[in-house]
Every structure is written in structure tokens, then in C-alpha cells.
Design a protein around this ligand. Sequence first.
Ligand code: PEP
Ligand code: MN
Length: 340
Amino acid sequence: MIIILKPSATEPQIDALKGEMSAEGLIIQEIQGETTRMIGLAGDTSMLAPEMIARHDFVERVMKVSEPYKLASRRLHPRDTVVELPCGARVGGGGLAVIAGPCSVESEDQILSIARDVKRSGAAFLRGGAFKPRSSPYSFQGLGLDGLSLLKMAREKTGLPIVTEIMSPKHCDVFTKDVDVIQIGARNMQNFPLLREVGGLGKPVLLKRGASCTIDEMLQAADYVLMEGCSQVILCERGIRTFETATRNTLDISAVPVLKKRSHLPVVVDPSHGTGHWDLVIPMAMAAVAAGSDGLMIEVHNHPERALCDGQQSITPFLFDGLMRKVTELHKIIAERNGE
Ligand code: PEP
Ligand code: MN
């Protein structure tokens, strides 16, 4: 629900109304529009009678938000959210943020070599899985806490902030301490207790779309994170499961403009998991940028043929360097066009 205030509304009147609403257990979001001031309410508003709120003489009108998600909705938050880290790295706000690195951290040599290469080519974040969600329990499961230590070492040597996936709430403390952006993977996008725990950690969160989830479901998952106090959520389109078998997933490029229209949160695209084939990564990265993505997540491996996970969709540092040149050029052209 959105309460649109009259310009004459005074601070004590607004505070009293906000107090009433939070006593009902609702989450309050102040919205400053171009000319109007509004109060957004998220939570169970079924007991509120809009006509009773509209009776206050400082209230212009009351609008119901029909979408099932509220805090992620652009209606409650018209301005774009920019996710900004203390080191200065940001996602959103007009730039193109590239998150690159191997599917999994495998060794000190591997992660340091890839981190240095992607940094040199212009990546803004280092990715690498330490806890891997593998379909088979017999596949490589990641190096766990040792993998996190190697990521920290790579951060120290390159200055790149690290993005890595959390699988269990039991790792919340160590992730809060050591990780810059906490990734929720596709398989956990609807693990609601995990979403809530991570939302309360005070860290930026990268939320990947579940392979069988709709955009509405993804934005509701984002609400679970946002309602715990986290305002720094990045949405990631990584392909969905369809009848098509030529690619690992079907990368839903249309999700980019749809998400940008419906939500204020920045959007990045992962063409590596989205296609499953290294030679499709560059064309689909270009498509994502053309569609308005705020960033990309790219799997890069120095020896894809020997990778312990997802080698077939990993590009080499040499190809990554070419990708960076192409997407940077394209992004510049698009930004200029949009500025016209
Ligand atoms: C990943 O990014 O390492 C990953 C496992 O991706 P997804 O959750 O999208 O499958
Ligand atoms: Mn992977």
C-alpha cells in the first residue's frame, strides 16, 4: 500500500501515521517522488482500511500495490538502487560491473592467476565458489573454508572484492566477516530461512534466479532479503529451464528490461550458466548489455579443460579480455544513446 501525502503534511503528522503503521507490524518505506512525498507499507495490510487512512486531511490518496512483492517494487522505490561497497566497487548507477572468476576455487595458483588476469582486463569483482551446490553428491563439492581463505588471499593481492555463494545459515558469521557480496544461488533462491538470515547480515547480496522461477517469484525472494534490513540486493538472471536442449538453460534476456521496469534493484546477467557453452558466452554477454544489464557474471578459468566444475562454459583469460573490450565498447554506445 502507498499513502500519498499532501504537500501540507507536517512532520508530527507523518511521524504519528508512521508510528500507527509500525504498531501494526508493517515495514515502512519513505518514498520521495519528484514532487510528492509518500509512505510505502509492506507486510500484511489486509486489516487496513484505505478509506480510513484517506480521511486524514494531510493524506492525498491511498493506493493498493497489487504486485505480490513490495520492497523490491519500483512503485515503492522509484529511484534506482546502486549497490556500493566500502572499497568503491558498485553495481548500478550507469556503469557496467563485471564479476569474473572460476566456477570453483581449486588451488592457490589457480585463483591467484585468474584473479590477476581478470583484474588486468577490467573486472570489478572476483567470483569463485567455495561451497558448491552440485547436483551429484559425488562431484567436487568445493574447498569450503579453505576456499574462502584462498579468495581472501586473492582479494589481498588484487584488491578485487569477492563474491561467493553461501549454502548454509551455519556459515553466516564467517561470510559476514570475510565476504564482500554474498551470493544466493539458483537452487537456494526459494530457501526462505536462508534468504532471511542473509538479509540480516548487513552485507550486499547477489540473488540468482531459480531455474524454474518466474520473475514475480524472484522479486518476492528479494523481498525476503530486503525485509530483514538489507537494502543492497543485486538480481542475477542466469537462465531458466525450458524444453530447449541446445543450451544448458535458456537465458531469459527479456528478464533484464522486465526487472528494470518492475524493480529498482540492479540487474546482472550470467551468460555462463545461462548457456552452458563457452562459445555462447560472448554473444549472450553482448545481448545482456544491449538489453540494459547493469553488469555481468562470467566464469573464467586458466585451464578450462582441467576445471573441476563447469569447464565447458568457462572462457580463458584471453577470451575474457576480448569480452571486456567488446562489452565496454557496446555499453558506451548504449549509454550515449540513452543520454540523447
Ligand atoms: C554459480 O554461480 O557458481 C552457480 C552455481 O550458479 P547458479 O546458482 O546460477 O547455478
Ligand atoms: Mn559454475
